[in-house]
Write a protein that binds this ligand. Structure first.
Ligand code: ATP
Ligand code: MG
Ligand code: FE
Length: 360
């Protein structure tokens, strides 16, 4: 099916068009620059930017895909989770299109969209991995699979028995999300918002073993009670303390070493727990999703650990890791191909939609 997907849960207005799993267009208009000076996304500013970007982005996507509105089989839209005002703009646009064109509408979960991003077939190269045969973008998922979702607002381990009907939450962060930790640590190192890509860039020249930062919820007693849960706020505080001590002592902060050591701590704990889930549950498949999966070290260490543990790894191409409409369109297409009925038009934006609710 030919599906147009609308994403507006945070600061990216994303319009994607797919035919089944094939990517035809992926237009992203970001209001990131408008939030940078506040050090975080300002909800009202984001909602207003979505309103301005929505129609031009839809027009551009249609033109890139070389299709008309009349040719679409369905519309898909993110109904949650995310910023309520931002979500409402996408939901409103999707309902308007569906009613005006008399097309079925699929209201879907943003997080499940992230998890399904690797289903999209593209020419984009998946990774900078040395062993690229590890990832096979666009191929059907094999079930069950463990999914590690790491984004700006979420850090969760999932058992996916079927992407369109059965997603189970194994564990999640008990405080900050990994992306949030990247953004906060970047800020205290004086790097711009959003911090993830900047930490990645700066870490290249640093020594990941320079400072041993804590691995949250990884002690034996934590691994009993919180085996699949994450915690990153202690790590953030540890980095802040370390930096303060250096500054108080009048030494120059070795930014590259701090960035590399912090990144290593995050990535180590993410992959240790993901591989533990695969091993415990006897599921030799791991699927990554979410903005933090754009991180070079996440991709590298995932490949290393999965090879060592005999786990088949799938990682979406870089540009499909962060928020986009293509993953929403692709999830809509999967629902249609599985024979699911469209959403009824009485749904709204749900800022706290749980990952287990795939379609509303
Ligand atoms: P959610 O999906 O939970 O609602 P979100 O949509 O805001 O949250 P994403 O767009 O999936 O989150 O991811 C954005 C996050 O990814 C930001 O915190 C950003 O710093 C982080 N990120 C992006 N690129 C990188 C990178 N190379 N390394 C680490 N983090 C990164
Ligand atoms: Mg974003
Ligand atoms: Fe997201």
């Amino acid at each position: 099916p030919l599906v147009l997907g609308i994403e507006s849960s945070c600061d990216e207005t994303g319009i994607g068009i797919v035919r089944g799993t094939e990517l035809l267009a992926n237009v992203i208009s970001s209001s990131m620059d408008q939030h940078a000076r506040y050090g975080g996304v300002v909800p009202e500013v984001a909602a207003r930017a979505h309103l301005e970007a929505m129609v031009p982005a839809i027009e551009q996507a249609l033109s890139e895909a070389d299709v008309t509105l009349a040719e679409l089989d369905a519309i898909a839209v993110t109904s949650g989770p995310g910023l309520a005002g931002a979500l409402m703009v996408g939901v409103g646009a999707a309902k308007a299109l569906a009613v005006a064109l008399d097309k079925p509408l699929y209201a879907v979960n943003h997080l499940v969209g992230h998890v399904g991003a690797d289903l999209i077939r593209t020419d984009l190269t998946s990774t900078d991995l040395s062993s690229t045969d590890l990832t096979r973008n666009g191929e059907p998922l094999e079930y069950p699979t463990i999914a590690l979702l790491v984004s700006g607002g979420h850090t969760s381990l999932l058992l996916v028995r079927d992407l369109v009907s059965d997603v189970e939450l194994l564990g999640e962060t008990i405080d900050d999300a990994a992306g949030e930790a990247f953004d906060k640590v970047a800020r205290l190192l004086g790097l711009p918002y959003p911090g993830g890509p900047h930490i990645d860039r700066v870490a290249v020249g640093g020594d990941p073993k320079a400072i041993r930062f804590p691995r949250g919820l990884s002690l034996p007693k934590d691994m009993e009670k919180h085996r699949y849960d994450f915690s990153f706020s202690g790590l953030k505080t540890a980095v802040a303390r370390w930096v303060e001590r250096e500054q108080d002592a009048g030494s120059e902060v070795p930014v590259a070493d701090v960035a590399a050591s912090f990144r290593e701590a995050v990535v180590d704990v993410l992959l240790t727990k993901a591989v533990a889930a695969c091993t415990d549950l006897g599921v030799p498949r791991l699927l990554l999703g979410g903005g933090v999966v754009a991180n070079a070290r996440v991709r590298e260490l995932a490949a290393e650990r999965c090879v060592a543990a005999g786990i088949r790894l799938r990682i979406p191409p870089l540009s499909l890791c962060t928020d986009n409409g293509a993953m929403i369109a692709a999830l809509g297409a999967q629902l249609i191909m599985a024979g699911h009925a469209p959403s009824t038009l009485d749904f709204g934006a749900d800022s706290t939609l749980p990952v287990t609710t795939i379609q509303v």
